[in-house]
Design a protein around this ligand. Structure first.
Ligand code: ADP
Ligand code: TRP
Length: 324
C-alpha cells in the first residue's frame, strides 16, 4: 500500500494541518510506504517572494520531520526536485475539461478572498492530480477541503485510462478522518491561516498561552453557572489532545458550574503543550543539525525521481510521445 500526501509551504503549520494531514500521514507509515512531499510548485501560486518560498520550504521540512515523519520509512522530498510532475500535469490537462476546474471550490474561494487569479491557480488541481498519479499512490490522507481535488484526480485518471489504455494510471482513494476532518479555529470557524484563527503546532510558550487565553471565543456565562457544552470551542479543541477521562471531566465541570472559562483555557493550554512536547524536542535537535534535513531531502528526491521516471515513461509511451 502506498500512501501519498503533499503540504504547501505557505507559512506556519497549525493544528488543523496536523490533524487533517500530518498525523494521519505519520500514522500510516506503520501500514505501508509513505510518499510525502513539500508542495512548493503549488505554493508559487500565492507566494510573494523567492526568499519566502525558500524559507517556508525548509521550515516545513523541519516541522514535518519533527512531527514524526520517519525518512527510514517514508520517501520525503520537495515537489520541485521532481520536475517530471509538470510533464504529467500537462498530459493530464489535455484530458481535463474546463468545467471540471471551474467547479473547484478551492479556486473559487481563493479568488473570492482577493487572491489574483492566474493560470496556475486555476490549473492547480491538474498539478495536484499529477502529484498523486506520478507515484501510483493507493491512498491520500487529507483534510475534507481537499476531497474535491481527489475526485478530480480520479476523474482524470479514469479519462486517461479510457483513452489510452485500462490500468495506465492507478485511481487513488482519499483517506479522510471524519473525527478530525474539520478542526475548528480559535473563533469556531474552520481553522485556516487565511482566517487568522490558527493555533500553531510550534511557537513560543508564553505567546501561545496568551493566544489561547485571549483568542479562544467563549460566551458570557458567569463563573458560578453551568456552561453550555454544545458548540464549545474550548471543548472541541480539548478533545483533540485530552484522554477520554480528561475530556469527560471537563464536560462534567461545564455541567456543574463553578469553574470559569479562564481555568478551562488553562487546562486546554497545558494539554496541548504536553501533546507536542516530544515533537518540540525533536525539532530543536533538527534545527541544530541542518545537514540532516539536506540529507533526507536529497535521498528522498532520488527515490521519488526513480519512481516518477517509471510512471512517466509508461504514460509517454501510451500517449504517443516519442517516435519509436
Ligand atoms: P490552510 O487552510 O490553513 O491554508 P491548507 O489549505 O494549506 O491550510 O491545508 C493543508 C492540509 O491541512 C490539507 O490537507 C488540509 O485538508 C488540512 N487542513 C487545513 N486546515 C484544516 C482544518 N481546519 N481541519 C482539518 N484539516 C485541515
Ligand atoms: N492541495 C493541497 C493543499 O492545499 C496540497 C497538495 C498538493 C496535495 N499536492 C497534493 C495534497 C497531493 C495531497 C496530495 O493542502
Amino acid at each position: 500500500m502506498r500512501f501519498l500526501t503533499g503540504l504547501q509551504p505557505s507559512g506556519q503549520l497549525h493544528i488543523g494541518n496536523y490533524f487533517g494531514a500530518i498525523e494521519p500521514a505519520v500514522r500510516l507509515q506503520e501500514k505501508g510506504e509513505g510518499f510525502y512531499f513539500i508542495a512548493n510548485y503549488h505554493a508559487m501560486t500565492t507566494m510573494e517572494s523567492a526568499e519566502a518560498l525558500r524559507t517556508n520550504t525548509r521550515g516545513l521540512a523541519v516541522d514535518f520531520l519533527a512531527c514524526g515523519l520517519d525518512p527510514e520509512k517514508s520517501v520525503f522530498f520537495a515537489q520541485s526536485a521532481v520536475p517530471e510532475v509538470n510533464e504529467l500535469a500537462w498530459i493530464l490537462s489535455t484530458v481535463c475539461p474546463m468545467g471540471l476546474l471551474e467547479r473547484c471550490h478551492s479556486y473559487k474561494e481563493k479568488v473570492a478572498k482577493g487572491i489574483a487569479s492566474n493560470h496556475a491557480l486555476f490549473a492547480y488541481p491538474a498539478l495536484m492530480a499529477a502529484d498523486i498519479l506520478l507515484y501510483d499512490a493507493d491512498a491520500v490522507p487529507v483534510g475534507k477541503d481537499q476531497k474535491q481535488h481527489l475526485e478530480v484526480t480520479r476523474d482524470l485518471a479514469g479519462k486517461m485510462n479510457d483513452t489510452f489504455g485500462a490500468d495506465l494510471l492507478k485511481l487513488p482513494e482519499p483517506i479522510i478522518n471524519e473525527s478530525t476532518a474539520v478542526v475548528p479555529g480559535l473563533d469556531g470557524q474552520k481553522m485556516s491561516k487565511s482566517y487568522g484563527n490558527t493555533l500553531p503546532i510550534f511557537g513560543e510558550e508564553k505567546a501561545l498561552r496568551k493566544l489561547i487565553n485571549k483568542k479562544v471565543v467563549t460566551d458570557a456565562t458567569p463563573l458560578e453557572a453551568p456552561k453550555p457544552t454544545e458548540g464549545s470551542i474550548i471543548l472541541a479543541l480539548y478533545k483533540l489532545f485530552a484522554t477520554g477521562e480528561q475530556y469527560n471531566s471537563m464536560v462534567a465541570a461545564h455541567h456543574a458550574g463553578g469553574v470559569g472559562y479562564g481555568q478551562f483555557k488553562k487546562d486546554l493550554f497545558e494539554c496541548y503543550w504536553e501533546y507536542f512536547r516530544a515533537a518540540r524536542e525533536r525539532r530543536d535537535w533538527i534545527l541544530a543539525h541542518p545537514e540532516y534535513v539536506d540529507d533526507v531531502l536529497n535521498t528522498g528526491a532520488t527515490r521519488a525521481r526513480e519512481e516518477a521516471g517509471k510512471v512517466l515513461s509508461r504514460v509517454r509511451t501510451a500517449v504517443g510521445l516519442g517516435w519509436v
